[in-house]
Design a protein around this ligand. Structure first.
Ligand code: SAM
Ligand code: FES
Length: 349
């Protein structure tokens, strides 16, 4: 019966809510392999054996928000704060370019220092230095005019996880100053402007139910983002969720496969959080349907400070070492890292 549901999902890209629930709740170990195989067939139809690289530059850990799960939220007085200069960001991109990266992801807390003017200057600078590269931003919630300026400056993509599609659940994960409606509106604005948009959620965040995850799937079907970032929740010792259990690797893999089947052309990363909970997590992610990896390009001196959760991997390596390691890992799965921009099929030039 459950195998028939996976067949139906692969054929039609959709299921009823209760069928999605059965797929997520199924504990049969063989089923994970079965649905992963379906997901791989779909990803190979659109993207072959290619795995795209994104060079992640964590350029500030200063944040005005206080998300309850996050190690760099403003309320964490123990976090040692940093921000990179524009010049340092450009240096990271030059190093990355030499190593074969053709996408740079600028990620950071919501740091008021990085006004529209400063971000526009950074985006323009990156595009001038490396016109053949894509620039992805992951800098949180801003107003539509601000997103428009960043797009006009040349930014190609924007990652903003919705975190959960259930308003009541959202409110248990965030302080009352943050609004579920605003976050969702931001994603709609980004889509309207023309960015390649990434939504996503943590798997196993405190209070999350499989019913919530079905709501997330419905939300993704409606928004149709070009990218979906998912990874297990991992507790951080200086947050109120310090003693909560981490999310499950199995469930994350299951969802990677399901997301590949509902959004066949999606760009889907095997995340660092997955690699943190399981030494083979990213390889398993690729085998479950993921087609993107995001090695760290941040200067090694600041990596240990961008600590969203405990025991984060790859905080000590140089960029060159990260990419070597990642290429080897990917090759071990039978897929191959490619040095192209890796746009969503609908945006590929
Ligand atoms: N400030 C930007 C934003 O809000 O989108 C980007 C940075 S934020 C740290 C990036 C993502 O990290 C969040 O969307 C969240 O899903 C994830 N994250 C934060 N804390 C985490 C934790 N404890 N475990 C796993 N992922 C976490
Ligand atoms: Fe702002 Fe996590 S609370 S980046």
């Amino acid at each position: 019966m459950i195998y028939k549901l996976a067949d139906k999902l692969a054929e039609t890209g959709n299921l009823t809510d209760s069928e999605f629930l059965s797929i997520l709740d199924c504990r049969e170990p063989e089923f994970s392999g079965y649905i992963a195989e379906k997901a791989r067939a779909v990803r190979e139809k659109f993207y072959g054996k290619d795995v795209y690289l994104r060079g992640l530059i964590e350029f500030t850990n200063i944040c005005k928000n206080n998300c309850k799960y996050c190690g760099i939220r403003c309320g964490n007085k123990n976090a040692e704060r940093y921000r990179l200069t524009e010049e340092e960001i450009f240096e990271c991109s030059d190093t990355g370019y030499g190593l074969g990266f053709r996408t740079f992801v600028l990620q950071g807390g919501e740091d008021p220092y990085f006004t529209d003017e400063r971000m526009v200057s950074i985006v323009r600078g990156l595009k001038e230095r490396h016109p053949d590269c894509a620039v992805t931003l992951s800098i949180g919630e801003r107003e539509k005019e601000s997103y428009q300026k960043l797009f006009d400056a040349g930014a190609d993509r924007y990652l903003l996880r919705h975190e959960t599609a259930d308003k009541a659940h959202y409110e248990t994960l965030h302080p009352k100053e943050m609004s579920f409606e605003h976050r969702i509106q931001c994603l709609k604005n980004l889509k309207e402007i023309g960015f390649q948009v990434g939504a996503g959620m943590m798997i196993g965040s405190p209070g999350q139910t499989t019913k919530n995850l079905v709501e997330d799937l419905r939300f993704l079907q409606e928004l149709k983002p070009e990218m979906v970032g998912i990874g297990p929740f991992i507790p951080h010792h200086d947050t109120e969720f310090a003693d909560c259990a981490p999310g499950s690797v199995e469930m994350t893999l299951r969802l990677l496969s399901v997301i590949r089947l509902i959004l066949p052309e999606v760009l889907l990363p095997a995340t660092t959080a997955l690699g943190t909970l399981d030494p083979q997590g990213r390889e398993k992610g690729i085998l479950a349907g993921a087609n993107v990896v995001m090695p760290n390009l941040s200067p090694s001196g600041v990596r240990k400070k961008y600590l969203l959760y405990d025991n984060k991997i790859c905080t000590g390596d140089e960029a060159a070492e990260c990419i070597r390691c990642m290429s080897k890992r990917v090759a071990g799965t039978g897929y191959q890292v490619v040095h192209s921009r890796g746009d969503h099929i609908k945006f590929a030039k």
